[in-house]
Ligand binder design. Structure first.
Ligand code: NI
Length: 169
């Protein structure tokens, strides 16, 4: 396994659409394992392939029930086929440095995807789990949670980031 570098906004690859996966092989398993390791190292609760510079439709989502556990699921070609309810909740992103904001999401969603063997999956997700999946599926579409906040908040964040990046140089 190997840790991957997580790219951050405004990296171009975060704005591109990931391609559907059609080959389910050992390399894909390796990619999923690396993504899981990278996510927990960060640490985060979800990671999409765009974030490590890979434009393929694969995300990993933490499903640990206890704090020290490292259990995650891998969703290939995930699609949110239905959604209901609307809830506001705090979100951050490993690719959006030092920022959190309230984002509105569906409370409950229906998800279709494939597992690592290419087997079709279909399930419902609610609350925190649903929020993470919606956030990660956005990544595959080239979207970030800061696209879902007000233009004013977004421009304030961009200013803050500019200062932050300047300070780091
Ligand atoms: Ni994210």
């Amino acid at each position: 396994m190997a840790l991957k570098k997580i790219l951050t906004f405004p990296a171009t690859v975060l704005r591109q659409k990931a391609k559907k996966i059609i080959i389910f092989d050992e390399a894909l398993r390796q990619l999923a394992a690396d993504m899981g390791e990278t996510m927990y190292d960060a640490p985060g609760v979800g990671l999409a392939a765009n974030q490590i510079g890979v434009l393929r439709q694969i995300v990993v989502v933490d499903v640990s029930k206890e704090e020290k556990e490292k259990e995650f699921i891998t969703l290939i070609n995930p699609v949110i086929s239905a959604g209901e309810g609307c809830v506001s909740g705090e979100e951050g992103c490993l690719s959006v440095l030092e920022y959190e904001a309230q984002v509105k999401r569906f409370q409950k969603i229906h998800v279709t995807a494939h597992d690592l063997d290419g087997k079709p999956l279909a399930f419902d997700a609610e609350d925190r789990f649903a929020r993470i999946i919606q956030h990660e599926v956005d990544h595959l579409q080239g979207k970030l949670f800061i696209d879902r906040i007000s233009a004013l908040k977004r421009s304030l964040y961009k200013k803050k980031l500019k200062k932050l990046l300047k300070g780091r140089k």
